[in-house]
Design a protein around this ligand. Sequence first.
Ligand code: GLY
Length: 363
Amino acid sequence: MLKLNVNIADRGYPIYIASDFSGLEKACYDAGLRSKMLLVTDSNVEKHYSRACVEELRKTGAEISVHVIPAGEHNKNLDTVIGIYRKLLEIKADRSSALVALGGGVTGDIAGFAAATFMRGIHFIQIPTSLIAQADSSIGGKTGVDFDGSKNMIGAFYQPRFVFINTNTLKTLPERELKSGLAEVIKHGLIMDADFYAYIDRNIDKILSFDENALEYMTKMNCRIKGTVVEQDERESGLRAILNFGHTIGHAVESVSGFSMLHGECVSAGIAGAYRLALKLGMTDKGTVDEVEGTLKKAGLPVKAPGMDTKKIMDQMFFDKKVKDGKLNFVLPKRIGEVQCCALNDKEILKEVLDELTVENIS
Ligand code: GLY
């Protein structure tokens, strides 16, 4: 089992990377968690991993209860959070209790928000089982729910006590979701580490066939990159915004698609959009755009959102929280492995890019 640390002043925590759940008891012990625990999982993940996790958690001597939430982004709302509060009241949880999120990014975000707000904050543990969650959302303390059609509109920064990643849980993930997670992995290489990007590009097949060494290396690098950014800017007042690479367009596409496109698929189209914007602004060249789009396609990810309404995407982007003084904030590539934050004044260029992404037959 590997152990990395996220070093945030007085809220730092370990990330464990393992190939099963056997280290969970010790992780709880080291975090001093032995009181009541509520494991929150969704209706898909429950059947695969709930029993194994509960068995491990029980070894701590804690009283463990399970609460199953309905799967899917459309359940990432305050009603689901209320269901968790009710269960916490039913089991008589107190401030020494822990809420354990077992599942993908949606489960982690919802459960994290419930943990952050129940009794003004109870202990929180992340056990991410999807690639999106293992690569990105379980690390860094962003929690929250969607509200009135907008992603993550209600939320809190709330760090877990630890993150426990069993990379073998990826084996039960639907292939489309595994590929969706690769968008965040590719994003990490593109924003910060050209060698890691090249590694992923060369090893996509190994990752998709669950080669244990490739999964372990990929996970370690994801956690390192994400952890490094969060350590420097926990609350996104500067550097952390680079993790939104591909997300300004991506989140809007996700909302406008009515969540029929998966998060990573939208981020992938958003990354392609960011490169196309950079090309129009003279910040990159066509060869680099083609190379990046080639990697995304090799991972089975879309680089377009064909047939979607450009105006709706544009309106959603302005409605989202990435607007400041009426200007859209974008993270744009400088070169592979480096990005920069820019305010975009020229809506016409953005419209051209969105037209390219949404028109069916333009290459
Ligand atoms: N997923 C972006 C962040 O955690 O900041």
